[in-house]
Design a protein. Structure first.
Length: 121
């Protein structure tokens, strides 16, 4: 399995949050992980940044932000030019799917945790 450099957008250090579980699972499976969230913290050795950080060679961006909060990141995500953006449950956003498609970025409505657990990540 190749390392898929992943950005978790909407990351949380709260253990009950899916984004926290996703960071743990990604790290456990050997992927490089970057994280941006509202609050600074650390999960599995990954520092959660509170501001946009420069992105290079990102394979996947996994969203844990509701559609209204995603708007602030549209340009940031398009400019990062990831291979795909995963819309986790509760983040579905048809407006954003269209923008990504126009920029040749694949959008996937899925659960990062399920993809990892079933080796389909």
């Amino acid at each position: 399995m190749r390392n898929k450099k992943t950005l978790i957008l909407g990351a949380s250090a709260k253990v009950e949050r899916a984004s926290c579980k996703a960071i743990n699972d990604l790290v456990a499976k050997g992927h490089s992980v970057l994280a941006i969230g509202q609050n600074a913290g650390e999960v599995a050795g990954v520092k959660i940044q509170t501001k946009a950080i420069p992105l290079k060679n990102i394979d996947t961006i996994s969203l844990y932000l509701n559609p209204a909060r995603q708007r602030d990141y549209y340009n940031y995500i398009v400019e990062a030019s990831p291979k795909r953006v995963i819309f986790n449950p509760g983040t579905e956003n048809p407006e954003f799917y269209q923008l990504l498609e126009l920029n040749n970025i694949k959008s996937e409505v899925a659960c990062t945790l399920t993809l990892l657990a079933t080796n389909k990540y």
